[in-house]
Design a protein. Structure first.
Length: 310
């Protein structure tokens, strides 16, 4: 597909954790020197052979946040880089990344260099891994329920559970301690919902991550972040932010605050000219979430692999 055949303004959506696949990236990482350099950078900074871990796993290693965050970011940057050749003079008005994908969105908007991107991801994943080992928990996806209704169920349960991701009016993600989330599914099923456990190694975007916030503030204080070249709508606020100081604070609060994906998508969907969402992910899922929004139609989304042929 030639993206220049459309006059729509473009928004990039970058994937987060929760959907790793053994073998991901194997068809991409030797395409050219630029792509090889992305994976080399990821491995050099993390001290891990990211290609081998993606190719061979094992899955219980790949889902660990110290591996998965680097691997997802390498995939995001690779796919975005391959798409750039097809962009031409396309009018990109914004980007948004789900959870750890927010860093990829900032990279695409010119706010981070490749080296700083992987350096921050490596530090973030180490912080989250350390805190999650102290405060063990996990996450559940719940479909067919909105934020208000699920919040009420959590309040009534009196369990220490947080809504990690408000993805749409039909999809939420909750996180909490092992004990709390082992109990909460009984109430969800009684109300007609069937929760699904996510393939992540901690309860991200919940109170269990609170110890990591000051550590992220410390690491980010010295990080070089430039004002984005276009709007990057951030998870913590559901609004665009251009000031590096506030971007750093939002990235720090990211560990404990709900991912406001529904608000973020609603903001872009309210654009005066209908936008084209290009999903940057190994496996399409963000475009499917958009189907829950009333002012969205299927012609408004495209998966990145539709832009280039391997």
């Amino acid at each position: 597909m030639d993206i220049n055949s459309t006059s729509q303004p473009v928004v990039f959506l970058f994937a987060g954790q929760g959907n790793p696949v053994i073998g991901m990236g194997a068809d991409l990482w030797n395409i050219n020197q630029t792509i090889r350099g992305i994976w080399d950078c990821a491995s050099d900074i993390s001290g891990m052979d990211i290609r081998r871990l993606c190719l061979k796993g094992p899955m219980n290693r790949l889902i660990q946040t110290t591996v998965q965050q680097i691997a997802v970011t390498a995939m995001n940057v690779t796919l975005y880089t391959l798409c750039k050749d097809k962009l031409g003079d396309t009018h990109v008005i914004g980007s948004c990344g789900h959870s750890v994908g927010e860093y990829s969105a900032l990279y695409a908007a010119g706010a981070l260099t490749l080296e700083n991107l992987f350096r921050l991801i490596h530090l973030r994943s180490q912080v989250m891994d350390e805190v999650s080992k102290k405060n063990k928990g996990y996450m559940l996806a719940v479909k067919g329920v909105d934020h208000t209704a699920l919040s009420q169920m959590i309040t009534e349960s009196d369990l220490p559970i947080d809504i990690s991701c408000d993805n749409s009016c039909q999809q939420q993600v909750v996180g909490g301690s092992v004990a709390a989330l082992n109990e909460f599914p009984h109430q969800l099923r009684a109300a007609g919902y069937e929760p699904a456990k996510l393939g992540v190694s901690g309860a991200w975007h919940t109170r269990l991550m609170a110890e990591g916030v000051p550590l992220m503030r410390k690491y980010l204080s010295d990080a070089e972040i430039c004002p984005p070249q276009y709007d990057v709508v951030m998870n913590v606020t559901g609004r665009a932010e251009s000031e590096p100081v506030q971007i750093k604070e939002n990235l720090s609060l990211h560990l404990t605050h709900t991912v406001k994906w529904a608000d973020s998508m609603s903001l872009f969907l309210a654009h005066k000219i209908p936008v084209l969402f290009i999903e940057i992910s190994n496996k399409a899922y963000l475009g499917k979430v958009l189907k829950d929004f009333v002012n969205f139609n299927s012609e408004m989304t495209l998966h990145c692999r539709g832009l280039f042929s391997i």
